[in-house]
Every structure is written in C-alpha cells, then in structure tokens.
Design a protein around this ligand. Structure first.
Ligand code: ADP
Length: 230
C-alpha cells in the first residue's frame, strides 16, 4: 500500500535542553493507506505528542511530517489550518459536540464550514455504520457518552479525510461501551478504507488494529501485526 503519512527523524523537546522533557527521541514511521494503526505505550511514553505532531496540531523540534508527500511541519497559519481541516480528521477523548446543534448538524458542520457540499450517500453510509440514524435530530445533551462518541466519529469520517487520528477515544467510556465504540471505529475504518491512527494504553483495544506500534520513552520499540492484521 502507498505511504500516506510519514514521520522522519521526529524529535520533540518540551522546555529547554537542561530542564525540559525529551518526549520523542527520533521517530521514523510510515503509515500505509487504508490501514488501521494503534500506537500503544505507557502513560508518558510520548503517544499523544506523536499523534498531535502527525496531525499538525504541534510541531516537531527536529524532523518532519509528510502527508501525501507534502511536508506539513513546514506549513504555518492558514496553509496549515487548511490541511488540518480538509485532510485530517480528529477524534478525541472529549467529544467536542456543539450543544445547540442537532446530531446531523454536528456531523455536517465541518463540511459546511469548509464551503463544501456533503456526499449525501457517503454520510448516509457513515450514519448507518455507526448506528445513529435514530438520533439525527437529537441534541447532544440527549445522548449517552457512547452515542456522543459515535457522533464525533461520524463527524470525523464524513468529510473523507486522508487520515483519521484518534487519541484515547474511549477514555471516558465504560468497558462495554468502549468495546462497542472501538468495534464501530474499526468496522468503519475497514468498510470505508479509511486510514486511521489510534492512540491507546489498552492492549486489548490496540490488538484490533492491523498494526500495533509500541512506544517506549519516546522511541518506537516495535511494530507488530494486530489480531486481525494482514
Ligand atoms: P502519553 O500520551 O504516552 O501519555 P505524552 O505524549 O502526553 O505521553 O507525554 C510525553 C512526555 O512529554 C511526558 O513526560 C509528558 O509529561 C511530557 N509533556 C507532554 N505534553 C507536554 C507539554 N505541553 N509541556 C511539557 N511537557 C509535556
């Protein structure tokens, strides 16, 4: 599969050389199109830092990130905002839904804000894959945590981003709901051929990915096939 996202010699230092934290110590990683990756590691190992840098939310101290061949770490301001809005989807632990908008409005908002028209058929498929059709005219405060996260996933998938990045998306959910949401996320990624990188500290969740990247102290320790890997 072609490489869609690539980290090259990525280092991240927070604070100064003496007292700061060296969160990433030289990461080289190639994300192949259509594959589902999990990044796993202990708390503080650098997972979130790596995900944020992969998605252009933060800049590496050294090295670069290439999205479809373009060095996005070199971009600033509007150019970077555009890449994040058009080509990268994010799902976080907090759902970040707009309370005064319905579920459907929340899902379509990023597409409309970008001045685009949604692919109605695709949005329909996403809504069905995530099992939220009967909630489309509800408001976020009428939904459970699991339902809110399904909406957040639908919102991230609907604009067909080149890559979907998810940071502990089940961190606020109970075990049963976490498993359901993860299954839906994995199923959606496969059904829509969506390239996805997920950060988790949960080995069981990570094993659902095609490839499991283990991070220790800011370095890649191993890259293995997941339970359903190729
Ligand atoms: P993980 O996601 O694996 O828990 P993080 O990427 O959040 O790890 O953190 C890696 C290291 O970088 C930790 O030592 C953490 O304390 C530090 N760190 C993360 N974000 C910041 C920040 N904004 N400022 C200073 N240190 C940070």
């Amino acid at each position: 599969m072609p490489v869609i996202l690539k980290a090259e010699g990525v280092e991240k230092q927070y604070g100064n050389e003496k007292t700061g934290v060296h969160a990433l110590r030289g990461i080289d990683l190639e994300i192949e199109e259509g594959m589902f990756y999990a990044i796993i590691g202990k708390s503080g190992s650098g997972k979130s830092t790596l995900l944020h840098i992969l998605g252009g939310l933060d800049k590496p101290t050294k090295g670069a990130i290439f999205l479809e061949g373009e060095n996005i770490s070199a971009l600033r301001g509007n150019a970077l905002a555009l890449v994040r809005r058009r080509r990268i989807g994010f799902v976080f632990q907090s759902y970040n839904l707009l309370e005064e908008h319905t579920v459907m409005e929340n899902i379509l908002l990023p597409i409309h804000l970008d001045g685009r028209v949604q692919d109605v058929k695709f949005v329909d498929q996403v809504v069905d894959a995530l099992g939220i059709r009967d909630k489309l005219s509800s408001y976020p405060d009428e939904l459970s945590g699991g339902q809110k996260q399904r909406v957040a996933i639908a919102r991230a998938l609907a604009p067909k981003p080149a890559i979907l990045l998810a940071d502990e998306p089940t961190g606020n959910l109970d075990d049963k709901t976490s498993r359901e949401v993860m299954e839906l996320l994995g199923k959606s990624a496969r059904e829509f051929g969506q390239t996805m990188v997920l950060v988790t500290h949960d080995r069981e969740i990570a094993s659902q990915a095609d490839r499991v990247v283990t991070i220790t102290d800011g370095r890649i320790q191993s890259i293995q096939e997941g339970k359903y890997g190729y």
